[in-house]
Design a protein around this ligand. Structure first.
Ligand code: HEC
Ligand code: HEC
Ligand code: HEC
Ligand code: HEC
Ligand code: HEC
Ligand code: HEC
Length: 482
């Protein structure tokens, strides 16, 4: 039935091309299609068919008797063209070949398009953070591309990294953020129902080269990747020519071309060199951490061939509402294959290394450690070496004023990259006791970045145990030795 209905949409689309004055119902249909309300969609379809039935009668007959949509489409299309004067009758042509049988709706559309299937998917999706999370309020132009449905659509449509404007009315991620039929020919493999499968322009690569993570992964990775952060300023006089106060308005901050682990670098107040919470794809692929010279890094591991969905959309488990469209890993299915829990030991190991590195950086005053008075939760943050004017912080009490920045960012209309504007605001340095009193070494900054790379990634190494361990251990070794 759905197949027939869809044929009618197709046919009526052609009719509307000839008779464009009768469009309101068609728009309604398209609206319900795109607003992903399947119940309303079928109601609109019925209404549409009833209203159209007069003009459609002969066509319907054609369908039911010939049963072939393509022929019908051709007929209608040709009826659209302007008639010339009739020519003389030609001789009868040979009989045409029988057409191939049409696809049975039961074996194509109805594999997915049943109310039960839709309701199941909806119920599962409601367990996911895409539905439950609160970050669709992150709808400024710098955040909306990953945090809202409309932002994501804008980015897919434009190919730019950052939308032109804030999107205050944007909505959370929903079915049609991830789903759209990619054409009007309904080929209907999984890849044909995803809103994007294109290789991803990683922000880390300054949006210049596309990286292919595999069909389904490209959908997830468009959002689950390192985010561009505010700028960083490098000075390095050991390079030829000297690099003085060179600023970057997007990642990558690492690796800085030709930099050595012992080069010096300013880290100014208000600037961030961090990665944001979404760098799962970068760790999974074993790329984009700060890598020390002469050290070994292994990028692939046992499950590199898996896709995000092999783990995050594995078999739905009603016992703990994991798997399927919940996007939470059904860990029972992992253990069934592994024979024992392989996830917890990895997470414990990586977490211990993460804390070890943070403590080493705190001892050097590169990090500041904060213990929450009520919860006891421990956190570490990076200490800037310079104020915004490039003046080195001392380690003694100072009455001098220093600058913190309030960003006033804009977006380049040509590249879609963020251009960082700066406003100054003055305050007193009350944190002198924690100041490092010197510039950072590049290797220290790499270690701090690596801490953030693992800490923000949230899987605690599960996405690539080998690379995660090397990233942390090589940082620990360098910080200890230098
Ligand atoms: C592999 C699963 C699958 C198959 C097979 C499938 N669809 Fe869909 N279709 C979807 C999903 C998922 C959506 C998006 C649902 C939503 O956004 O609510 C969708 C949406 C639609 C929409 C709404 C418009 C759009 O592009 O988002 C129409 C119309 C539609 N499908 C028609 C069909 C027809 C006709 C067939 C058979 C010829 C078919 N579909 C086969 C999964 C499928
Ligand atoms: C439009 C951008 C976007 C796309 C596409 C996307 N995600 Fe997300 N994902 C997010 C954001 C944003 C969050 C955090 C939501 C919040 O906290 O409000 C998130 C959260 C998650 C979480 C955390 C779930 C939890 O319960 O803690 C998982 C897992 C996840 N996504 C997996 C995936 C997978 C797998 C795909 C691909 C099939 C995917 N995401 C596609 C943006 C996206
Ligand atoms: C490149 C995509 C991307 C961009 C751009 C982005 N985010 Fe995110 N963000 C994510 C993803 C993916 C997550 C989900 C991590 C998770 O919770 O599993 C996330 C998580 C978050 C969280 C934590 C959610 C939680 O539940 O803990 C906050 C807060 C947040 N983002 C704020 C922002 C803000 C503010 C901006 C703009 C300045 C921004 N994000 C820009 C991808 C992005
Ligand atoms: C985060 C992205 C994302 C969101 C949101 C999402 N899906 Fe999916 N969906 C996928 C991916 C990826 C697949 C392919 C899964 C696989 O690897 O087999 C899929 C598969 C499907 C299928 C075909 C497979 C099947 O078992 O029938 C249907 C139907 C479907 N989704 C419907 C929905 C509906 C309805 C919603 C909203 C309630 C929704 N999806 C929300 C990513 C998403
Ligand atoms: C080998 C299986 C596996 C693969 C492949 C995988 N993940 Fe994960 N992922 C996990 C496990 C296990 C966790 C940690 C347990 C958890 O938090 O659900 C996790 C955690 C996450 C989280 C944090 C969830 C949270 O609760 O905060 C996000 C987001 C995420 N994965 C996204 C992705 C994306 C995007 C991909 C593809 C690039 C991916 N994962 C590939 C197994 C996997
Ligand atoms: C088809 C079987 C199979 C499934 C399903 C499977 N794995 Fe694995 N996994 C393996 C094998 C084999 C190894 C390598 C054996 C080893 O390291 O001892 C492995 C290793 C791992 C490791 C590395 C362990 C270590 O000590 O280095 C992690 C992490 C992991 N799997 C996570 C997952 C997660 C998460 C899931 C579920 C979403 C999963 N796996 C599902 C077969 C599987």
């Amino acid at each position: 039935m759905i197949y027939i209905n869809m044929s009618l949409i197709y046919v009526s689309y052609n009719i509307n091309k000839c008779h464009p004055q009768d469009n309101s119902l068609l728009y309604k249909l398209i609206y319900f299609c795109s607003s992903n309300n399947l119940h309303k969609l079928s109601a609109a379809l019925t209404e549409f068919i009833n209203k159209k039935s007069k003009s459609m009668k002969s066509l319907q007959k054609l369908f039911f008797t010939a049963g072939m949509m393509i022929t019908a489409g051709c007929l209608i299309l040709s009826s659209c063209t302007k008639d010339g004067p009739q020519g003389p009758e030609g001789a009868q042509g040979p009989k045409g070949q029988d057409g191939t049988n049409g696809k049975d709706a039961n074996s194509s559309c109805l594999v997915c398009h049943t109310t039960t299937n839709f309701d199941t998917k909806l119920a599962e999706y409601k367990f996911s953070k895409h539905f439950k999370g609160t970050t669709s309020s992150r709808n400024t132009k710098f955040c909306t591309r990953c945090h809202t449905h409309e932002g994501f659509q804008w980015v897919l449509g434009s190919g730019l990294f950052t939308p032109a404007n804030d999107m205050p009315a944007a909505n959370r991620i929903n079915c049609s953020t991830c789903h759209a039929h990619s054409g009007f020919n309904f080929v209907d493999t999984i890849a044909d129902i995803l809103s994007t499968t294109s290789p991803v322009y990683l922000n880390y690569n300054k949006n210049l080269t596309a990286t292919d993570f595999g069909q389904i992964n490209n959908l997830c990775v468009t959002c689950h990747q390192i985010r561009g952060a505010t700028a960083l300023v490098y000075s390095d006089t050991t390079l030829t020519p000297d690099v003085l106060n060179k600023s970057f308005d997007q990642l990558p901050y690492f690796p800085f071309a030709n930099a050595s682990d012992n080069d010096t670098v300013q880290y100014r107040v208000g600037r961030s060199f961090s990665v944001h919470d979404g760098n799962q794809s970068n760790l999974f692929a074993g790329i984009n951490a700060y890598e020390y010279k002469g050290k070994t890094y292994t990028r692939t591991w046992k499950h590199s061939e898996f896709s995000c969905t092999d783990c995050h959309m594995n078999t739905y488990n009603p016992a703990d509402s994991t798997g399927g469209h919940t996007l939470k890993v059904n860990e029972a299915a992992c253990t069934a294959c592994h024979g024992s829990d392989k996830i917890s030991p990895i997470r414990a190991l990586i977490d211990a290394k993460r804390v070890e590195l943070a403590e080493l950086l705190t001892a050097r005053k590169v990090f500041k450690k904060t213990v929450n008075a009520t919860t006891g939760a421990v956190s570490y943050s990076a200490q800037p070496t310079h104020d915004f004017n490039g003046k080195l912080y001392g380690t003694a009490t100072s009455s001098e004023l220093y600058a913190t920045n309030v960003t006033n960012n804009t977006v380049s209309p040509t590249t879609g990259l963020v251009v960082y504007g700066i406003m100054l605001k003055y305050a007193k340095d009350s944190d002198f006791a924690n100041r490092i009193g010197r510039v950072w070494k590049y290797g220290e900054m790499g270690a701090a970045y690596n801490y953030a790379y693992i800490n923000s990634e949230l899987s605690l190494g599960v996405h690539n145990p080998t690379y995660a361990l090397q990233v942390l251990q090589n940082s620990i070794d360098w910080v200890t030795a230098n």
